[in-house]
Ligand binder design. Structure first.
Ligand SMILES: Cc1cc2nc3c(=O)[nH]c(=O)nc-3n(C[C@H](O)[C@H](O)[C@H](O)COP(=O)(O)O)c2cc1C
Length: 179
């Protein structure tokens, strides 16, 4: 199975990246193929509208499409920015509107019923501070006919960075192994 990691946020080696990486490492150990997309390295444009038609930008999304259309699992990692997923992740999700049944039913057929794994990391200390964001992500994926999400949250990252949180990293790897 192909496991596609998509990482929002601008950091090359941040909390979010480390957790996504741990899930992907677990997936590799289980014998899956792994592909990583860092959203900071691709240009994803904005959706437009003209003469009553949705317009998609000429951007790098077409480079991601073959992986998205052939994935068995999607591991999405987003730092929380101002109470929601970071802007790159939000824009990426908007861009997947190409596969929405509300846009085009033929395109919607191409989006696989893959397993979503949603990973968020944030500064607030409560473990459930952004459960609403995880629920929202699960709702987006369920709209695309995907499976029920597996979620992982890393709270309090300024006092408890992911790299020193062995238990959380173990949990992430285990998620990957069980995909
Ligand atoms: C622009 C910006 C906005 C942020 N907003 C929030 C927020 O609303 N709530 C929160 O708990 N943490 C917030 N944070 C903290 C990050 O979510 C946290 O440091 C996260 O673990 C960063 O992940 P990274 O290391 O992968 O970049 C914000 C950080 C930045 C840079």
């Amino acid at each position: 199975m192909k496991v596609v990691g998509v990482i929002g946020g601008p950091k090359t080696d941040g909390n979010t990246y480390k957790l996504v990486r741990a899930v992907l490492d677990g997936a590799l150990e289980a014998g899956h193929t792994v592909v990583t997309w860092r959203l900071r390295d691709v240009f994803i444009g904005q959706i437009g509208y003209f003469e009553e038609k949705v317009l998609f930008p000429l951007d790098d999304f077409d480079k991601m499409q073959p992986d998205l259309e052939s994935m068995g699992a999607l591991v999405l990692g987003a730092p929380i920015w101002y109470g929601h997923v970071d802007t790159r992740t939000f824009n990426f999700i908007n861009r997947t509107y190409y596969y929405s049944k509300y846009y085009n039913e033929e395109n919607a057929e191409k989006w696989p019923s893959a397993q979503p794994v949603n990973i968020i990391s944030y500064g607030r200390t409560e473990p459930d501070a952004y459960d609403g964001v995880l629920d929202w992500l699960d709702g987006v994926w369920s709209g695309y006919g995907m499976k029920k999400s597996i979620n992982l949250a890393a709270p309090d990252t300024s006092n408890n960075p992911v790299e020193s949180n062995k238990e959380l990293l173990k949990q992430a790897k285990e998620i990957g192994r069980n995909l």
